[in-house]
Design a protein around this ligand. Sequence first.
Ligand code: ADP
Length: 403
Amino acid sequence: MPSKSDVTMPGISADELDKTKDVYRSLQEKLEYLFDSLAREKINLELQMIEAKKFKLAVDSASDNIVITDSMGTIFYINKATENNTGYAFNEVVGKNPGELWGGKMKPEYYAEMWHKIKVKKEVFVGQFENVRKNGEKYIAAVDISSVLDEYGEILFFVSIERDITREIMIERMKDEFVGLASHQLRTPLTGIKWFSELLIRNKYNNLNAEQLDFLEQIKISNQRMVKLVNELLDISHIETGQKFEIKKADFKVNDVLNEVLTENISLIKTKTLNIINKIPDNLLIFADYVKIRQVLSNLVSNATKYSPANKDINISVVPDDGKGFAVISVADQGMGIPAAQKSRLFEKFFRADNARIQEPNGTGLGLYIARELIRAHGGELWFESDENKGTTFIFSIPLKIN
Ligand code: ADP
């Protein structure tokens, strides 16, 4: 409690002395508060520095290349992985542009697209670069470049994360070449088995009993499955090695193909007593490759029958013209559907949904992937709508007959 001063000083009244003491005391309190805040601030700064050091250490020792540039692409940071991968030391790259070092080997349009994405749209660029190490060796990098913006949305710097995928790409190429070669070699013996088993099944000389004929039927079915797989693998290696499908276009009736496909699936349709409702008008003509469209419809119809329980409908219909000269054809079933969580993976090669695997162990997960590529090779698109346990509709667009 402040008390009136009982000490007097010459020329200064007791009141004045008290006021001076009050001022001094409040000053002392403020100073103490200030020192306190400063001490706290110092601790905070030290903690932040520890955090920053930890963060730098993590970035420094990350296994992917991390490169940070200013808004003009001038490098001010690379991590150790970048030094190891490119062969350039930190001091050699700072102040330079990646284009003068390991980059700059792609077509100018590719870089223009990259700059547009990160600088104008301020979005993440995801791509692949063919770069060159300091020792002249080429390498392929999978790259993500993000722009870091300030509070006004202006670019502060770019962070590029690169992974050397040269080995993966080489292995992938070798695998595709191997699959292509092996499938080719398998075709000839499989065709032999097909011909001779069919010849025996026809039982021309009546010297086979029912059991032997049944065995032969099993050989034929297994062989057909093998032929289908080999053909699918060949298609895959075709797609993966970047070769274009040879599309031989002609006008033909959709129903001609469809009838062939339905006949091919007739035994399962009958066993499951499925109700096929074909609403495609008989005069619907498309301009496409007959064999390839047969392959697509065969995949969609056989899936609809395979993945439907008994006594359900399969509806095949068309929206004849989407205004762009395409017919939009759909195959709808009332089957098991596709689990919501797995829909995004449906067109991945070898992917099979969990419910399909359980119910139908035989399957490759290749048909749909190929079907979509075949439709795309015609300039169309293939997609689907599905509700688990309710059904699935596959839809594709295909050029109509040119008038
Ligand atoms: P496969 O039928 O040999 O497994 P596909 O590539 O034709 O290969 O199909 C891939 C997967 O897509 C199937 O395994 C299944 O999970 C799912 N699928 C395709 N069609 C249907 C359908 N009509 N109903 C439910 N699931 C389907």
